[in-house]
Design a protein around this ligand. Structure first.
Ligand code: 5GP
Length: 119
């Protein structure tokens, strides 16, 4: 996705603490918080703290440490017993995927039968 990073996007402001969030997990590289408009009983967003628009941007520019940290954070959150019946990960990148916030985020959805699959 060829789009310069916008330092005023809503997740950049959440990372800087300018906008509150309901935090689920945080370390030096990663922040996770509840989606403001949940689409399931569990709807968590996991984001790298670095300035990455999309998966392709992240995988090209992030360090192995950042990539491992994001992967492991998603795994750690997903091991919560509340997600024992299953969960779905979704990453929307760019216009055709209807990405609304231009900072890479992984949606974790769980807590009910999630229904319609695109794939
Ligand atoms: P996208 O459509 O970009 O994949 O997903 C963006 C997500 O961010 C949406 O699910 C939306 O509800 C969520 N979101 C947008 N603004 C905020 C906010 O200010 N706080 C939180 N916690 N979530 C937000």
């Amino acid at each position: 996705i060829h789009q310069p990073y916008d330092d005023n996007n809503i997740f950049a402001r959440i990372i800087r603490g300018e906008i509150p969030c309901k935090k689920v997990f945080e370390n030096d590289q990663v922040l996770a918080f509840h989606d403001i408009n949940p689409q399931a009983p569990v709807h968590i967003l996991v984001i790298p703290k670095g300035r990455y628009v999309s998966w392709d941007d992240f995988s090209e520019k992030a360090s192995d440490t950042e990539i491992a940290a994001l992967t492991r954070a998603v795994g750690q959150i997903s091991r919560d017993p509340a997600l024992n019946n299953g969960y779905r990960l979704i990453v929307n990148c760019g216009h055709d995927a209807d990405q609304l916030v231009p900072h890479l985020h992984i949606h974790i959805l769980s807590g009910k039968e999630l229904g319609a699959k695109l794939i």
